[in-house]
Design a protein around this ligand. Structure first.
Ligand code: 5GP
Length: 119
């Protein structure tokens, strides 16, 4: 896994507002925004505001209120995006074998069509 957080990664720049994003939802702990290259009719990303490289890093180091806020925000954003009735998928890539591209922990929220199996 990725050991050291790189403050120059693209999501760190989005959090510092150095580059724009299409925001969906924000609170003290998380930011949700649309993926720049959507792989489904709805493809959002949700990230913690604090610097974690991947899910493992987040799970190990985040405060309990941060873990709770993050998991609740996923469901909230899915609802906001109208995905609750037909369903959706959440995934997080962790490290090299998953193909994780951006080394700031995030979940993908995807839906809006019948999704194929991935892997
Ligand atoms: P990963 O492969 O790390 O799980 O996913 C990274 C995701 O971030 C990809 O789906 C990619 O399209 C998205 N992404 C990369 N750069 C940007 C950007 O500058 N803005 C937004 N909104 N999404 C990005």
């Amino acid at each position: 896994n990725i050991s050291k957080y790189d403050p120059q990664n693209i999501f760190a720049k989005i959090l510092r507002k150095e580059i724009p994003c299409k925001a969906i939802y924000e609170n003290d702990f998380v930011l949700a925004f649309h993926d720049i290259a959507p792989q489904a009719p709805v493809h959002a990303l949700i990230i913690p505001k604090n610097p974690y490289t991947c899910y493992s890093d987040f799970a190990e180091r985040a405060a309990p209120e941060e873990l709770v806020a993050f998991s609740k925000a996923i469901a909230y954003v899915a609802k906001e995006l109208g995905l609750e009735d037909n369903g959706y998928r959440i995934i997080s890539n962790i490290g090299r074998d998953s193909g994780q591209e951006v080394p700031h922990f995030h979940f993908h929220i995807m839906g809006g069509k019948q999704l194929g199996f991935m892997g």
